[in-house]
Write a protein that binds this ligand. Structure first.
Ligand code: SF4
Length: 262
């Protein structure tokens, strides 16, 4: 187990990864990081790999973060090595964020996997820091949005268990990305579940576009953009919150019409 960006990331994850650079930056090479939001915020995330220059995980040039761990088991999944929760590489969040911020060409980040919502505390912390630094964020999940909302509601159902941090800091409440039984500070499994729920809420509140639902092989189409099967939705989370119902994301309109003063 090391704290580097994986040196031997497999498949797509190997493209563009820059072994070593993250550790150098995190070690104090003068590269600024965005401060953690809570004293007990998660410090590490378990990664399958990273791609520093992805053009397939959302619009434009993006830094893709593939987290380790996914329980959905979709037949036909392209990343089965990312499924074991204990696999991958335990990586310092400071190092990951520094590596992203060192890339001057990238202004958008995609959290994929694996399933980011199976490491909600760590992913919420990464997302919170990146959003504070001005990055656009997409996330892929095998869960449906409605199911994630039900998970998140658990946090509001028992607010007394959560520490006094405000909603934004809820991303960093729990210190474990692995399991309720590893909750910090002696938290009971119920407390850990509530903290995970708070992290799910934070992640949903921070990400711009959520691509939701499992990959369904019978609904696969190569004509689909940024999703593998037609059951998956590209959800505009801010518009969805405002409307109170799912609003699908649409790319900004782009016109090549000649300006009127030409
Ligand atoms: S949710 Fe994604 S990573 Fe997980 S099994 Fe399904 S396709 Fe694979």
């Amino acid at each position: 187990m090391s704290e580097d960006i994986p040196k031997d990331a497999k498949g797509a994850a190997a493209k563009g990864a820059r072994p070593g650079s993250a550790r150098e930056e995190a070690a104090g090479a003068g590269f600024p990081t965005v401060a953690s939001g809570a004293p007990d915020a998660p410090t590490h995330i378990r990664l399958y790999g990273t791609v520093a220059d992805s053009i397939v995980d959302g619009p434009g040039l993006r830094y893709a973060v593939f987290v380790q761990g996914c329980s959905h088991g979709c037949p036909g999944c392209h990343n089965p090595e990312s499924h074991p929760a204990e696999g991958g590489t335990l990586t310092a969040i400071d190092a990951l964020v520094a590596d992203i911020r060192a890339n001057g060409l990238v202004h958008d980040v995609t959290l994929s996997g694996g399933d980011p919502f199976e490491q909600p505390e760590a992913c919420a912390e990464v997302a919170r820091r990146l959003k504070a630094a001005g990055y656009g964020l997409w996330a892929y999940t095998g869960y449906r949005y409605e199911d994630l909302l039900r998970q998140a509601d658990l946090a509001e159902a028992a607010p007394a268990v959560a520490p006094s941090a405000d909603a934004e800091d809820a991303a960093g409440i729990a210190g474990s990305a692995d399991a309720a039984s590893k909750a910090p500070g002696g938290a009971s499994p119920d407390q850990a579940a509530i903290r995970r729920a708070a992290a799910v809420r934070s992640l949903l509140d921070t990400v711009d576009v959520l691509v939701d639902g499992p990959f369904v092989e019978s609904l696969k189409s190569l004509g689909l953009k940024w999703r593998g099967s037609s059951n998956q939705r590209l959800i505009d989370l801010a518009a969805t919150r405002a409307a109170g119902q799912v609003v699908e994301w649409r790319p900004p309109a782009f016109s090549l019409e000649k300006p009127s003063n030409w």
